[in-house]
Design a binder for this molecule. Sequence first.
Ligand code: ZN
Length: 356
Amino acid sequence: MDTEVLFLVSNKAFSIVQKNASEFGNEVEFRMNHENNSINTDPLHDNLVASIANKVYFEPKESGPVLYNLFGGPELQSLHPSSPECLLVSMKRIDAIVTYNAFGSLRNEPFTTEEPSPFKFSGLWITPAFFNHSCVDYNASWGVYGDLMVIRALKPIMKGEEILIKYMEPGEEEARKNYMRNHHFICGCRLCAFESTEVRGRVRRAKLQSELLDSLAKLNQGLKSSKSGLKQARNVVKKLSNLRSNAPNFNFSLTTPPVINFGSELFKYGHFSECRELLTKIYSIQKDNGNIKQAIGIGVNILRTSLALNEQQKVKEWIATLKADLVVAFGSVLPMQIFGKETLDALKLQGIQFFE
Ligand SMILES: [Zn+2]
């Protein structure tokens, strides 16, 4: 066992800008800045560039050499820390470094609400910026607490083994591929290898996804069209479920927000068994690919659905599963208070204690 490293890094932000920062310092989920890299329309990006430029201006010796050593894209070579250029403010270089290295808020995809996450930030952490990406074969996860980034091993990591983190969710293939192209890297994970062997899955998936959006829109239009909307959505989700039947755990088309929204519609209309069946599939995909936080988000709702079905044994099992997942993801079961507030309330109503 002495060759294994239990890897844990905590790194203070080189610079961070926030919007509606959490008052409580709760952990939320994040991903690398995911926007178009040539035209940045995100004001957080611009604010971060400005904040870093200030830092270099006022503390050139302390900040320039570490900052300019970061990757700035194929056109700009990293600067050697002893280079005199390191002491100057270069907006072009800082802009590129932010594009390639900054981390930002993950677009939250909660199950029950459409509200965007109130936590939004963009930040640069020097050490984490050096970690490479893998879509499904990563071995460490990252989270941000205030301005501190914590990187945690998800499994024992051997000495000499590369630490890999995830920059983005594996769900949307097209978005992932664009991101990689724009950021000049390729990923050698099992999912990317699998996708490269697929001939025409992408077009069909996109078509089904758009059909699903149509039917969900119908569902939201009112009572009369709701029934046909539900029926149509059910058909599309069934077709989506059958995709990648030779590799069902790579069927990320089931993990996208529209499918998850469909799950919450099923719950709303009282189709609890069907809802749980779908959620269980999504949970497996997330869990088997190491997306433990996403799995927890789904698991919370499977628990809720089991409660609605009044299946005590399942409720017990899912409480145990969620507790184990929470410990792996956060080192504690307490974040359930953030992810599963409604479910905790529903449990309480039935006199069941989650934290016992
Ligand atoms: Zn990949």
